[in-house]
Design a protein. Structure first.
Length: 319
């Protein structure tokens, strides 16, 4: 049985045995944890938060001038869907250019916005890579064995979330999308490997733990980390990507910034050899990240197709 609050783990020595054990326990029990000793300075976090607030405080016309599209996902958007249901939020997404259609769009009149975004992106990347190596060790592999999925290229991106005050917030008790009102973000798992999140002082993130929604209380010294679908597949279901959602609020606005640590588009992932044996046959066939991400991304804009998830790649149970 787990506790009622997320584990808090000091990762200043990420390869140390106590840290590895704490990460393993948290991934088995929650799929979420908070980290201290992450190495990202308070100054860098404060600069990001300031620029995030300045960006979303702009008139809607200024934000729409850098609207993202299905072809170029970097920019502003305020009509995103989760599980084909409208979220109550505005977002700005930043990722590196790819030499083609993916080009960052920078708002005019905010000269410190771009350097704050790029510096925080790089800092989160370093944290995520340290955690990836810890996960690799815990799953019985050499620490650098998963690096080639993310080096020299990867498809990670940084998102700024703004949740305005909502006149009709709802809080479904079970695993259900919002009806008759809104959630900030409807329930989902993250499709990538890891997510590293900084949030403000306003609580709103909830994690489904042992059948009950648990509110993640913000800690000023911590980042929130959760494993995504890729880690669940690598672990052969030893670790489960947890369902989570964000509440809407009638009385307060909220800001957060998740960094989604995603592999290169041509990466293929399946249960790691160290997680498979005669008693634990592979539970998933190989999945291509570019294919999976394309299906999930199309659902952000509206689709009649079934919500794409790793269950579509499950192998039939043996016996």
């Amino acid at each position: 049985m787990g506790t009622d609050s997320l584990p808090v783990i000091d990762i200043s020595v990420p390869g140390g045995e106590p840290t590895l054990r704490a990460i393993d326990d948290a991934c088995r029990d929650w799929g979420f944890f908070q980290v201290t000793g992450h190495g990202i300075s308070e100054h860098l976090i404060a600069a990001l938060k300031q620029q995030m607030q300045l960006f979303f405080a702009q008139p809607i016309e200024a934000k729409q001038a850098v609207t993202r599209t299905a072809e170029n996902p970097w920019g502003f958007y305020d009509r995103e869907l989760t599980r084909h249901t409208q979220d109550w939020k505005q977002v700005y997404d930043y990722g590196p250019p790819d030499g083609g259609a993916l080009v960052p769009q920078w708002p005019k009149g905010l000269p410190e916005f771009r350097p704050a975004m790029q510096a925080f992106y790089d800092a989160c990347d370093a944290v995520a890579l340290r955690l990836l190596r810890a996960l690799s060790i815990n799953l019985g592999m050499p620490p650098h064995s998963l690096d080639p999925h993310f080096r020299p290229w990867h498809t990670s991106f940084l998102r700024l979330n703004y949740y305005p005050k909502c006149p009709t917030p709802v809080r479904p008790t079970g695993v259900a999308v919002a009806t008759g009102g809104h959630l900030g973000v409807n329930h989902h798992t993250d499709s990538g490997a890891l997510t590293v999140l900084v949030q403000d002082d306003q609580p709103g993130l909830e994690v489904l733990h042992e059948g009950t929604w648990k509110l993640v209380e913000p800690r000023r010294d911590s980042l929130v980390v959760n494993i995504g679908d890729i880690v669940q597949v690598w672990s052969n279901d030893r670790y489960r990507a947890a369902l989570h959602r964000v509440l809407a609020n009638a009385d307060a606005e909220r800001f957060s910034a998740p960094y989604f640590f995603n592999p290169t588009y041509n990466a293929n992932y399946e249960p790691l050899p160290s997680t498979v044996d005669v008693d634990h046959p592979p539970r998933y066939r190989s999945i291509n990240w570019g294919e999976f991400r394309s299906h999930r991304h199309s659902g952000d804009y509206g689709s009649a197709d079934e919500y794409h998830q790793i269950s579509h790649y499950q192998l039939p149970a043996a016996g």
